[in-house]
Design a protein around this ligand. Structure first.
Ligand SMILES: [Zn+2]
Length: 221
């Protein structure tokens, strides 16, 4: 039971000055820390992901090693395991992050659900173990890893809120489209100050199957 916070890829390389920095990334890091400080009891579990690529090779075509990156499917070298760029942004307070997952080891990986803990656990396994039905999503980038993570949470039958003031994207148009897509799929797009409804287990969901698409996410009796 309890609400879970997903903090997606708030890493130096995805914030201003990084290899693939997005505007607003540093503010997102500070804003997440402020949210956790102001509402320490809101989340039963806090999960943070990091892109964690191999230094060798192109990570399954993810790095544009021989060509100009297209910033859609190929990218400049970023978040290489063990480098400063792969570390959490210093403004992100990590004290309340109970679960850390890494993804992208030798392959492209946009969703936090593709990550594993140091013990090899996946987020899907942990959500089931926790009986968590409600997920809030924040982080970077709105139009790629936040989108993929929130989409997977919906597919896993969770009620999802995206905190729109605590995400930052690569480009405005694709970020806006990402939020529209998630809203159409049943996510709530809300301000981080909006108090969440009390959370229940995944069974509180009308249909917890992968087919969940446009079900309204109003309060349940
Ligand atoms: Zn990557």
């Amino acid at each position: 039971m309890g609400r879970v916070l997903f903090i997606v890829d708030v890493q130096n390389d995805f914030t201003e000055g990084g290899a693939l920095g997005v505007d607003g990334g540093s503010a997102v890091a500070a804003g997440i820390s402020a949210l956790l400080a102001e509402h320490p009891g809101r989340y039963a579990h806090v999960v943070a992901s990091r892109d964690w690529h191999d230094a060798e090779g192109d990570n399954g075509g993810h790095f544009a090693t021989d060509a100009v990156p297209d910033f859609a499917g190929t990218w400049p070298v970023h978040c290489v395991a063990g480098t400063e760029g792969a570390e959490y942004h210093p403004a992100l307070s990590t004290a309340m992050i109970g679960t850390h997952v890494r993804k992208g080891m030798g392959e492209p990986a946009y969703s936090l659900f593709e990550g594993v803990t140091e013990h090899g656990e996946t987020v899907a396994e942990l959500l089931d173990a926790w009986g968590a039905g409600d997920v809030d999503v924040v982080g970077i980038a709105t139009d790629y890893c936040v989108l993929a993570s929130a989409r997977d949470a919906l597919r896993a039958g969770r009620r999802v809120r995206v905190l729109r003031d605590l995400v930052a994207g690569v480009a405005p148009a694709s970020s806006s489209a990402a939020l529209d897509e998630l809203a159409a799929a049943g996510a709530e797009i809300v301000d981080s100050q909006e108090e969440p409804p009390s959370s229940g287990g995944p069974d509180a969901q009308a249909s917890g199957a992968a087919e969940r698409s446009a079900a309204p996410s109003g309060p349940t009796a």
